[in-house]
Design a protein around this ligand. Structure first.
Ligand SMILES: Cc1cc2nc3c(=O)[nH]c(=O)nc-3n(C[C@H](O)[C@H](O)[C@H](O)COP(=O)(O)OP(=O)(O)OC[C@H]3O[C@@H](n4cnc5c(N)ncnc54)[C@H](O)[C@@H]3O)c2cc1C
Length: 390
């Protein structure tokens, strides 16, 4: 005999937990099924172990989606202030690190403990180490796991994206979407380091560890990010690169301004008698880390020590066009871009239009946040909406 619930939620990550809490608070009997040995594993490793749980400046513009309007309703219904109120209710100390990013003072474990406690109070049944063997639709939904069966009129898919498979990521959400005829936008790793081809690796990658303040963009997309870039053994990383990676697609050139809002060659142009490599190195070292400055001049010497040549040198440092040869993939990606087509979902409830009672929330949906707490805010907000609908 199946165990009967009002809703079955697949995946006890950020979105699934929030959905379960909200539904439980409304008196719904909720089963939250998680295949890992514990809940909220990605929350635990997030934000370097301190969980960047939201962003004070969260706006729809901080999200990528084939339909940029879709996220607006959910983000308006459950705001950063709502999550902050929950964090404060549980006495969790937090701080703003930079750019509106809120982190725990202590550890991400506090956020997981908070969500677990809220689930307990709301009467949610959490089942870990529960692998989904089969999902059937029959006057509601039946989920088979091991020898057990669970039945409910509502099924919420909150199984996340494909990033970090060793943390338990699976493609179950996408498989279920396909099974039920729900369209998917092609998935790709996002918030991910970019790799360089062999030639560029030889040119730059021995500088691994060097970091610089840069502006990143990709051709023909208005979005720009001014943050740190880090050279790695295989290519480029750091927040500026992770941010732009979400917009980057194979064979697109990346454009970097390596000295934002600085005019490096101004003095050289004023002193014609001192135009040489030594003076140029001094000027570049004042704006960039020394090793990067020296390497840049080695690889991009001015065509001539004339005003025209110096102007070209200046132009190049603000417009470094380089074509990455790929990304570090799902192993290193913080999130998965693409996913369940938002046209399939109600923006208010996250319920699919084609299959009444079937919901998708969190990262499995084609809504991807910028770096900085936005992905959790989407998980909380979409989970909240579904939790209030089931
Ligand atoms: C290293 C790292 C750091 C991050 N740091 C931040 C940060 O500081 N701030 C931020 O906003 N975002 C951060 N993110 C992104 C954020 O973690 C995700 O966007 C967010 O967790 C998505 O929530 P979700 O509930 O949709 O998916 P998840 O949190 O991934 O939860 C999905 C759950 O479903 C379970 N599951 C998967 N497959 C199955 C299955 N077949 N059966 C049953 N259960 C299944 C998983 O085990 C998991 O518990 C980070 C991501 C990574 C990888």
């Amino acid at each position: 005999m199946p165990q009967n619930f009002d809703a079955i939620i697949l995946g006890a990550g950020a979105a699934g937990l929030m959905c379960a809490i909200e539904a439980g608070k409304r008196g719904r009997r909720v089963a939250l099924l998680e295949h890992a040995e514990r809940i909220g594993k990605k929350i635990l490793i997030s934000g370097g172990g301190r969980c960047n749980f939201t962003n004070l400046h969260c706006r729809p513009e901080n999200f990528l989606s084939a339909n940029p309007h879709f996220c607006k309703s959910a983000l308006a219904r459950y705001t950063p202030a709502d999550f902050i109120a929950l964090v404060e209710k549980h006495g969790i100390a937090y701080h703003e690190k930079t750019l509106g990013q809120l982190f725990c003072d202590g550890s991400a474990q506090q956020i997981v403990a908070m969500l677990e406690e809220e689930c307990r109070v709301a009467g949610v049944t959490i089942l870990v180490k529960t692998t989904v063997d089969e999902v059937r639709r029959n006057n509601g939904f039946t989920v088979r796991s091991g020898g057990h069966e669970f039945h409910a009129p509502a099924l919420v898919v909150a199984t996340g994206g494909l990033s970090i498979p060793k943390m338990g990521a699976t493609g179950l959400g996408y498989d279920l979407a396909r099974r039920f005829g729900i369209a998917i936008h092609e998935c790709r790793p996002a918030l991910v380091p970019l790799t360089l081809n062999a030639e560029d690796r030889q040119r730059y990658c021995d500088l691994a560890g060097v970091s610089a303040d840069v502006v990143t963009s990709v051709d023909r997309i208005p979005q720009q990010f001014r943050e740190k870039m880090l050279v790695t053994h295989r290519g480029l990383s750091g927040p500026a690169i992770l941010q732009i990676s979400s917009y980057w697609k194979k064979s697109m050139p990346l454009v970097l301004d390596l000295a934002p809002q600085r005019e490096i060659t101004a003095q050289l142009r004023q002193l014609p008698a001192h135009r040489n490599m030594t003076a140029a190195k001094t000027a570049f070292r004042a704006a960039l880390p020394q090793r990067l400055a020296d390497r840049w001049l080695e690889l991009h010497p001015p065509p001539a020590w004339t005003n025209h040549g110096l102007a070209e040198l200046e132009r190049q440092i603000h417009y470094w066009k380089i074509v990455p040869d790929g990304t570090e993939g799902y192993e290193k990606a913080e999130v998965t871009a693409g996913g369940v087509d938002t046209n399939e979902l109600s923006a208010k409830t996250m319920e699919t239009r084609k299959v009444p009672g079937l919901y998708f929330i969190g990262e499995v949906v084609d809504v991807t946040g910028h770096l900085g707490g936005f992905n959790f805010q989407w998980a909380w907000a979409s989970g909240f909406c579904a939790g209030n609908a089931i």
